[in-house]
Ligand binder design. Sequence first.
Ligand SMILES: [Zn+2]
Ligand SMILES: [Zn+2]
Length: 326
Amino acid sequence: MVVARCHRCGASAEVYLPYARMWFCSRHFTEYVVDRVRSSLKRYGMIKLGDSVLVCVSGGKDSITLLDVLWCLRDEFSLDIKVLHVDLGIGEYSVKCREVIEKVAERYGIRPMILYVKRILGMDVGAIARRVRRSTCSVCGLVKRYLINYVADVLDVSAVATGHTLDDLTMYILKLFITQDLTQLSRLRPYLEGVPEVGLRARIKPLCEISEFETSTYVKLLGLPHVVAKCPYINPESIDLKIKEFLTSLEDRSPGLKLSLLRNYLRKLAPILMRYLGEDKVGINRCRICSQATSGEVCSFCRLISKLGLEPEEVLRRIREEVLSS
Ligand SMILES: [Zn+2]
Ligand SMILES: [Zn+2]
C-alpha cells in the first residue's frame, strides 16, 4: 500500500486538501492554514501593523480557528487582540458556549468580554423573537450586530473580526444573487471599511478563503476547545444550508470551485456593484435615540426595543453597565 506523504516534510500524511492537491501531516496542515490566513490578510488589506482587533467568538469551530490563527499572527502584525462573546441565553447550548469561552480565556490568558442578552433585554433571543413575531435567527443577528458595533466603538478598536468562512461567503454570494439584493451583495467583502464619523469600525473576515472542512480539521488536530452542538434554532431546511450543500456537492465534483467563485466575484462583479451603487457611506447616520450607526432615523435595535415595550434609556444603561463590568 502506498502511504501518502506530507507535501512539506515527507512524514506520513493525515489530511488531504483536494483543491490544493496536497497531503499534509498534522503540524504542516495547521501551519498551512495560518499561512493562508496571513496571505488573505495581506491580499485583501485587512489589517495594518499595530491594529487592535475585536474578535467575535461564539465558541464554534470557525470562531475558535479565527482566534487561534490571529493569536499565532499577533506578534508578526503587532496586534492587540480583544475577545467578545455574546451570550444569547439559548439554554444548554449557550451554557456549552460559555464553558468553551472560559477554556479559551485560560488557554490564551485573556479576559474575554461577555455580554448577556438576557440581562440587557430581560429575555433570551427565542423569547424576543416570539414576542415580535420574527425568526429567531434574524433577531439574534440584529442583537449581535448591534452589541458588536457598540463594543467596538467603546473599545475604539481598528477592526472587528468575524469567523465567516469560504463556505459562508460563497453561500451569501449565491443567495444574494438569487434574491438580487445588490446592496447587501456589494457589502460582501473580506474587508469592509469603517465609517468613523458614525462610530462604525472596519469589518474583516480573515477566514474568507478557509473552508469549514479546514476549520473543523484545524480545531481537531490542535485539540482546541470548541462547541460541537449546533444552535437549536438552526433550521436544517433553511435556504442557507441548502445552498451550502449544493455548493459543497459542486466542490466535491470540481475541487477549487468555491475559492474561484469568491475570487472571481471579488475581482469582477464586486467592483462593478460598488461603482453602480456608489459609496457604502452614503445614507449612514446616527440613530436619533441611541446614536449608533443606522441608515434610517431610528436604528433597528431601538425599533426592536420599543416593540418589546422597553425603555431605550434603561436598555442603553444596562448595556453600558454590562460593558463596563466585563
Ligand atoms: Zn509535514
Ligand atoms: Zn438606536
